[in-house]
Design a protein around this ligand. Structure first.
Ligand SMILES: Nc1ncnc2c1ncn2[C@@H]1O[C@H](COP(=O)(O)OP(=O)(O)OP(=O)(O)O)[C@@H](O)[C@H]1O
Ligand SMILES: [Mg+2]
Length: 453
């Protein structure tokens, strides 16, 4: 805090006698005094001397005291310097006008030394107190701002940890279930081929019997009719074929779940980004298909020729999931406005070091006032219980902090929204992490991977 006592005074007066008296007295009591012989000179000097108080004669040739005061008060740098006017008893000045202009006091000439000193003293004390108060307020404001920042940081870290923990358990659960389902599905899938082959042969055998022994046995006849043998023989292969399609679909979903959660792969891995995008799309297929409330959402894959990318694949898949889910939300929100609701996913190698993934929808877009806030934790425009407002905050952390990448959003109302993810092909080790960050990074690492990072 600046507690230096104020002790510099500027005298502005055109009468040498007055100047001399004031100069002697004020110097004697220890003030630092400077002098200007006119309003013009005072205004010229002020940027260089910054006095703590000004004694200003009202009646002066050139610009008078009132005009000088008006100029002082209009300038940011000098407006807070207290001004005491000096007037002769005989001067018929409007004292009130001077006070309204910002002066703090009046001294009457001829000068009474004791009075001058007392008035100067009061004003300088007031100024010191005022300055101390201003300093204290500023200090409090700064402390408050720091506290707010710390609280925000704390809330942010806490949110990340809670979310990481939630995702970690969810990821394990999903991967565990996918693994459990995988075995029985494999039995069914593996045996379906044999079932199909056996059924085919049994049917052929039955048909051979029918040809070789066209029986008139009434019991066989009755049973054949009861079972609708002809229909059964025709329908059975079709039934098996559709079971095969169903099982293949289940296998695809289970595989996508495993690729998506990547629990079986620890830490940084070189992965095929397109596989991650495709597995995410498979898991979202139920939201992309037409139903009674919404039409089909078309997905255009504009995939470039990407090399394998070193990344935390499971986490990156969560980013795809969050952004794609948001795009679907936007397209379902105002389905009537666009001709064909479309999501376009483009991937490219941007330079030798980075790849970009753009996910663009032709939904309603985001307004200017909202776009600033979309990456803030808990910011959501969705109804309570629908959105938590964490999807993009977590995505930002994963892309920017975890992968040293870029996550940007470009959007205009009515023109849809595009998210750009850019990450390096290879991850450099991060040098300067605080312990807290390391902890949260570890927690995020456990989100998908089973080994500590
Ligand atoms: N593609 C988009 N089109 C329009 N608005 C979007 C889009 N993506 C994000 N937003 C806006 O950004 C906000 C924040 O998104 P974010 O994913 O962080 O949270 P959320 O989707 O509301 O909730 P959740 O935590 O369930 O994801 C959304 O509520 C929405 O207003
Ligand atoms: Mg979201």
């Amino acid at each position: 805090m600046n507690m230096t006592a104020s002790n510099s005074i500027l005298i502005v007066d055109d009468t040498p006698n007055n100047i001399k008296i004031l100069l002697d007295v004020l110097n004697n009591v220890g003030y630092e005094v400077s002098v200007a012989k006119s309003g013009e000179i005072a205004l010229e000097k002020l940027p260089f001397i910054q006095p703590d108080l000004i004694l200003l004669d009202v009646m002066m040739p050139g610009i008078d005291g009132f005009e000088t005061c008006r100029c002082l008060k209009a300038d940011e740098n000098t407006k807070n310097i207290p001004v005491i006017f000096m007037t002769a008893l005989s001067d018929s000045v409007n004292k009130l006008a001077g006070l309204r202009m910002g002066a703090v006091d009046y001294i009457t000439k001829p000068i009474e030394i004791e009075e001058v000193l007392a008035r100067i003293n009061i004003q300088l004390k007031l100024k010191n107190t005022q300055q101390a108060l201003i300093n204290e307020i500023e200090e409090r404001r700064q402390t408050e701002a720091k506290l707010k920042e710390a609280l925000l940081d704390l809330r942010h870290t806490q949110t990340q940890l809670v979310q990481a923990e939630k995702m970690s358990s969810l990821g394990r659960l999903v991967a565990g279930i996918a693994h459990e389902i995988n075995n029985p599905i494999s039995f069914i899938y593996g045996n379906l081929r044999h079932t199909h082959q056996y059924a085919q042969e049994l049917i052929e055998l039955l048909q051979l019997y029918q040809r070789k022994f066209p029986t008139s046995d009434s019991e066989i006849q009755a049973k054949s009719e009861e079972a609708d043998l002809e229909f059964m023989l025709n329908d059975f292969p079709k039934l098996l074929a559709s079971m095969k399609v169903g099982i293949e679909r289940i296998r695809e979903i289970v595989l996508s779940l495993r690729v998506f959660s990547r629990l079986d792969e620890a830490g940084l891995k070189e992965v095929d980004i397109h596989q991650g995008l495709d597995s995410t799309l498979t898991l979202l297929e139920h939201r992309l298909k037409a139903n009674s409330q919404a039409s089909n959402i078309e997905v255009i894959k504009d995939y470039g020729n990407l090399p394998l990318v070193e990344c935390y694949a499971g986490q990156l898949n969560q980013v795809f999931m969050n952004i794609l889910n948001n795009a679907i939300d936007a397209l379902l929100e105002e389905p009537q406005k666009q001709a064909i609701p479309t999501i376009r996913i483009s991937t490219r190698v941007t330079d030798d070091q980075h790849i970009s993934i753009r996910i663009k929808d032709n939904g309603a877009g985001i307004t200017v006032d909202i776009i600033q806030q979309i990456f803030d934790p808990f910011f959501t425009t969705k109804p309570v219980g629908v959105g938590t407002g964490m999807g993009l905050a977590i995505s930002y952390q994963i892309v920017v902090e975890r992968h040293q990448g870029i996550l940007e959003c470009r959007s205009r109302p009515g023109e849809g929204t595009e998210f750009l993810i850019q990450i390096p092909l290879n991850q450099k080790p991060i040098q300067s992490l605080t312990q807290l960050n390391i902890e949260s990074q570890k927690a995020m690492g456990e989100l998908i991977v089973s080994e500590p990072v």
